[in-house]
Design a protein around this ligand. Structure first.
Ligand code: GLN
Length: 358
């Protein structure tokens, strides 16, 4: 059996079965999702994290590229109770260390008690606990990855759906999931994907009807360029955001964000809309949250479990954001209408910009 060790912050070391050899380090988090491992493993928001699946069997319906959110696996390592051959082979091809036969209940309990924490991973014929502890020693806190956007963003602007007749979206790619782009294209938008560090001129060059900030990994406070874009454009263009995007919009408009103890990762997070009273089940993957929205934003939706903000609207500006993932890959498709709302907001604004005929 291939040796496999997970060193947790504080020095406690767990032992499991090595499925893919290698060493790794990252922020240890868990997801309770029981489906959607193909989407989760390719979600750029998991960059620099080690992902634990609390559902005990991962891989039972294979690995299909059409479900991928990006062209590579993002977590630095994967922990599970049992991984199928399909998933282990995929992770081996990707060079991502994997361990199973772990008591994932213990891992999850540790994270719930102590919070998302640094960890070190060592898997291989000859590895020892010391190798995992060395990885732990070298592990940085998530907020210290100050330029994490560069690891997950496009390098140059890319346009999708140039022949579409709908609105023009400038999507600031802080690690955007593919299904966000797809959800916009399906609604006839042209999507101009811009680098995470795009400047005012890059946005002006595509003359968008809406500035849309994507999901992405790491601490929202580190995305200074995207924060400044929101500040620059919010007075005359609609702004939307998903997950990291909501956090960046709050940071930009006088609100604050904070790190949660262990975050929300799963596909059954209940969210209530405060005006309609409607509850939706949502898919989530985040470790930060908006703390204070500030005077320019109002909280429109909250998490039923802990009251954290799940939706924000601009008080005087055209702004709508969501903390959960309305594109719903994986997960319940209760929330796809967010894209209709964003595009309607953008369309209204573009109609207003057209001078009325006499
Ligand atoms: N999915 C995301 O966009 C995650 C946002 C942010 N990195 C967080 O953990 O809260």
């Amino acid at each position: 059996m291939t040796a496999a060790y997970v060193a947790l912050e504080g020095g406690h070391v767990l032992e499991g079965r090595g499925r893919v050899s290698g060493t790794a380090r990252g922020e240890l988090v868990f997801t309770t999702a029981y489906t959607g491992y193909e989407e989760s493993l390719t979600d750029p928001s998991y960059e620099e994290q080690v992902l634990t699946f609390s559902y005990p069997l991962i891989g039972n319906y294979g690995v299909r590229e059409e479900r991928f959110e990006d062209d590579r696996v993002h977590p630095r390592a994967v922990l599970a109770k049992e991984l199928t051959e399909d998933v282990a082979d995929w992770l081996a091809d990707e060079g991502v260390p994997a361990i199973d036969h772990l008591d994932t209940r213990e891992v999850v309990t540790d994270i719930r008690d102590e919070g998302a924490m640094k960890c070190g991973i060592a898997v291989g014929e000859d590895v020892t606990e010391e190798d995992a502890l060395e990885q732990l020693e070298a592990c940085k806190a998530m907020s210290e990855h100050t330029d994490i956007g560069a690891q997950v963003s496009v390098d140059e602007p890319v346009a999708h759906g140039a022949d579409n007749d709908g609105v023009d979206v400038a999507l600031v790619d802080c690690g955007a999931k593919g299904s966000i782009v797809d959800s916009l294209l399906e609604r006839d938008a042209t999507v101009h994907v811009l680098p995470y560090d795009a400047d005012e001129a890059d946005v002006e060059a595509v003359d968008p009807d809406v500035l849309f900030i994507s999901n992405g990994p790491g601490d929202p406070a580190n995305y200074e360029d995207a924060i400044s874009l929101v500040q620059t454009f919010v007075e005359d263009r609609p702004v939307a955001g998903i997950c990291l995007g909501q956090q960046i919009v709050a940071e930009a408009l006088g609100g604050t964000t904070e790190k949660m103890t262990f975050g929300h990762r799963g596909v059954n997070q209940p969210v209530i809309d405060l005006e309609s009273g409607r509850v939706v089940m949502t898919t989530q993957n985040h470790g930060y949250t908006v703390d204070e929205p500030g005077e320019h934003l109002e909280v429109t939706q909250v998490n039923v479990n802990d009251d954290t903000p799940e939706g924000l609207d601009g008080v005087e500006y055209d702004v709508i954001t969501r903390q959960y993932h309305p594109e719903a890959n994986p997960g319940p498709k209760d929330t796809l209408d967010f894209f209709d709302d964003v595009l309607a907001m953008a369309d209204d604004q573009s109609q207003e910009a057209v001078p009325a005929d006499d």
